[in-house]
Ligand binder design. Sequence first.
Ligand code: NI
Length: 255
Amino acid sequence: MNNIFDSHAHYDSDAFDADRKELVSALPERGVCGIINCASDMASCLTSLELADEFPFVYAACGVHPHEAEGCRQGYLSVLKKLCMEEKCVAVGEIGLDYHYDFSPRDIQQKVFEQQIVLAKELDLPIIVHDREAHEDTMNLLKRYKPKGVVHCFSGSAEMAKEVVKLGMYIGLGGAVTFKNARKPREVAAVVPEDKLLIETDCPYMTPVPYRGQRCDSSFIPYTAEVLAEVRGVTSEEILNLTRRNANTLFRLEL
Ligand code: NI
C-alpha cells in the first residue's frame, strides 16, 4: 500500500513547468499516497488549489511566506480567509519568520505571521510554520496562541523540538537530515515522539543525499526515511507508515 505522505511540497514552482502534469500524475505509481502543496503568496494559493483540484491525492495549504510578507496588500486577510475555506485547503501555510534572508522587515514578518495564526485558529486549521534563524520569536508566538500544526524543515535544537511537541505540534523533517553535516536534525529526529513526526520534501529544494543538487520530488522521500529509520532504530517502512498516519491525523485526511 502507498505510504509516502509528503507533508510539504511546492509543485507550483516553475522548476516543474516543463513536466508538472506527467510528474505529479505518476507519483502514486512510485508509492505516494498524499501531498500537501504549500503556497508562499496569494498567487501560489490559487495555483496550489488548482493542483489540488486536478489531483485527488494533492491538498493545499494557503498562506503568505515571510519572504512575501512585505508585499501583502491591505485586505489580504479576507481574501486569504476565503481561499482557506475552499474544500481542499487543509492548512494555513507556509507562514512564519525568516531572519536568515530578511527579505521582509522583521516587524512586518511578525505581524503577518501573527495575523495568519489568528486566522488559522478562527478557521480551526493547522498551520505550517517556516522558522529560519528566528527560533525565539517563533516560539513566543506559538506559546502565546497554541495553534495546531507543524514546524517544517525543523532547524532548531532537540530541546526546542521537545518544547514544540509539548505544545502539541508536529516536527517536519526532510532532505536536510541526509546531509553530511546534519548533526542537529538527526538529534532532533531521535527525540521526536512517534506520533509527532512528519516527513517532507520541500521540493523542488532540499533533495536528499545521494541526489543532492538535483531537482527534488516526493518520490525521493524514501532516502530521507532511511536516515530517519537508522537514527530511530526502526525500518524505513515503519517511518513511512507512521508519518503517513500522523499527516492524516493532523490534516484530517484519509490518504
Ligand atoms: Ni517550503
